[in-house]
Ligand binder design. Structure first.
Ligand code: SAM
Length: 293
């Protein structure tokens, strides 16, 4: 079945009902039925016949079929057993697609990539994510960035805004920094609720996440860097000085926090949301010096 036939509200409903499948909210089952959106997702992933794609959650296969037309290989991991016979039918015309039954978060990823992607130099992840597991999937992918460095993901619009945010915006926070430290993020497009069957409660957006060959900035210790970032954002409305005093410096010593900020060239009255990732790195260097002295 081509994606033209899958990706319409009527056809998706007909496929589901022919197989007696009622979409499960608990598995984030909102199926894409807008061909324009599917095309934009595939274009954003810059695929060609040399590229192998990992898809998380193929659903009824609308995106999978689109991917199969341009990529050399597609491996799609689906948790819901009820969708396996559906996928066997909708993806029958695409021998380059392998469907794997399982929970993406429970996979042994090194073994998975060795089994399915060995010999494929160009790799990408493309997924309309089940929103209930967006963050764990995102961090699992970032950890596996050496295996596959490019992800094109549909996420909740509000999450996309946080991922792509710049300093000074209300969306800029711990999630922004945790991802932009390792990757460049592009906001590709906003996707309205009516592009899905059934309609989700929130709008969505597509982001492209391209992992960097090395983190954006040099830090002495990544764990410490993220401790500093989390402490700085603990109470968004407070100044960076107050957040460091209450959430980072043992014993809450104000003079120490002040001296650290001064040494890092950061005005203590600023709020964390105005600091660039480079400024957080500078601050981490000073904290590291203090703790290893
Ligand atoms: N790709 C399809 C599309 O665009 O229409 C379906 C996307 S739907 C938002 C998310 C899919 O992920 C569902 O098919 C759901 O069953 C599947 N899923 C949910 N949790 C999963 C998990 N932990 N591992 C793999 N697939 C999962």
């Amino acid at each position: 079945m081509t994606e033209k036939e899958i990706a319409s509200p009527a056809q998706t409903r007909a496929i589901l009902s022919a197989h007696g499948v009622v979409p499960k909210k608990s598995l984030g089952q909102n199926f894409l039925v807008d061909r324009r959106v599917l095309e934009r997702i595939v274009a954003a992933a810059e695929l060609d016949g040399e590229t192998a794609v990992l898809e998380i959650g193929p659903g009824v296969g609308a995106l999978t079929a689109c991917l199969a037309r341009v990529a050399g290989k597609v491996v799609a991991v689906e948790l819901d057993q009820r969708l396996l016979p559906v996928l066997a039918e909708t993806l029958a015309p695409y021998p380059q697609v392998t469907v794997v039954h399982g929970d993406f978060l429970a996979l042994d990823l090194p073994a998975f990539f060795a089994e399915h992607f060995a010999g494929w130099a160009k790799r990408a992840v493309v997924a309309n994510l089940p929103y209930y597991v967006t963050t764990p999937i995102l961090f699992t992918l970032i950890e596996a960035r050496d295996e596959v460095p490019l992800f094109v993901l549909m996420v909740q619009k509000e999450v996309a805004a946080r991922l792509a945010a710049q300093p000074g915006s209300k969306d800029y926070g711990v999630l922004t920094i945790a991802v932009q430290f390792y990757a460049e993020v592009d906001y590709v497009m906003t996707v309205p609720k009516h592009a899905f069957v059934p309609r989700p409660q929130v709008d969505s957006a597509v982001v492209r996440i391209r992992c960097r060959p090395a983190p954006l900035v040099d830090v002495p210790d990544e764990k410490l860097f993220f401790r500093v970032v989390r402490a700085a954002f603990a109470q968004r409305r407070k100044t960076i000085l107050n957040n460091l005093v209450h959430n980072l410096i043992e014993g809450g010593n104000r003079a120490t926090a002040f001296a650290l900020l001064e040494a890092a060239g950061i005005d203590p009255d600023r709020r964390a949301e105005t600091l660039s990732i480079a400024e957080f790195a500078r601050l981490t260097h000073r904290v590291h010096e203090l703790t290893t002295r």
